[in-house]
Write a protein of this length. Structure first.
Length: 251
């Protein structure tokens, strides 16, 4: 393996420069945040009732009011609390985020987590997991958030590439018997034993433990992992067709 070869032009210098550019702070983020003690129940009951006039907001993408308007347009007809949650995430993704955004994000999940986990679009669940990874109060929140984010991002990456084959994501590739296998795995890794391996089960069990251990992360973590358990369209579902089913998993 040639370590001088770069799959990404410019290597990690270019990747980090791009990331740091995307993390440039918003201008005046406090202007779009309510007080930390805002009535969350009232916000949950209120709906985003009208789309903002995008002609009336600054064109500068670093402007917090513009970002808020874009988010409110996305959540039109949905709870004001969901829109505020998304605004907190957007601010916390940037450097030097005000502590008020973190306080609100954690309070929303502490007090309204069950409803939030039931109703949020999946992409905002993933964003919430990433925010727990960076701004969680406990080790379980940070490790669980990081693991959930990576789990869903890698499912999306893997299964998006797989779609190029033309096969449905709910259908496994046909099995081949005998003959040579295709290219080796990257980095010289040993192939995973689809019939007998437990990597997938251990990965999901560890993430479930993080979620179970923390009351604030629990609604989000258990919801996301239950989705992985139930949806037939991801790699975690497809590999089950290869598994040897023991009489019992007890050891």
């Amino acid at each position: 393996m040639d370590l001088d070869q770069e799959n990404y032009p410019g290597g990690f210098f270019a990747l980090m420069r791009r990331l740091e550019t995307r993390e440039t702070p918003f201008d005046d983020p406090l202007s779009v945040l309510p007080p930390p003690d805002v009535d969350l129940n009232a916000l949950k009951a209120a709906m985003v009732s009208c789309a903002p006039d995008m002609n009336g907001v600054p064109e500068n993408r670093r402007n917090a009011s513009r970002k808020q308007a874009v988010i409110r347009a996305e959540f039109l007809g949905q709870s004001e609390l969901w829109a505020l949650h998304a605004v907190c995430i957007a601010i916390l993704r940037r450097r030097a985020a005000p502590p008020q955004a973190r306080q609100l994000f954690l309070r929303i999940w502490s007090e309204q987590g069950d409803a939030l986990a039931r109703e949020l679009p999946v992409r905002w669940m993933i964003s919430a997991a990433a925010t727990f990874a960076d701004h969680g109060e406990t080790l379980d929140q940070r490790l669980g958030g990081q693991g959930l984010m990576l789990l869903f991002d890698l499912i999306k990456l893997h299964d998006s590439e797989r779609r190029q084959s033309g096969w449905k994501n709910s259908v496994g590739f046909p099995r081949t018997r005998g003959g040579s296998k295709p290219d080796d795995l990257g980095f010289g890794l040993e192939p995973y034993s689809l019939p007998n391996g437990d990597l997938d089960r251990n990965m999901l069990a560890r993430l479930w433990r993080y979620a179970e251990n923390d009351a604030v992360l629990r609604p989000l973590g258990t919801r996301m992992l239950q989705m992985v358990m139930a949806d037939p369209r991801s790699i975690f579902a497809r590999i089950q067709r290869y598994k040897v089913r023991p009489a019992s998993d007890e050891q």
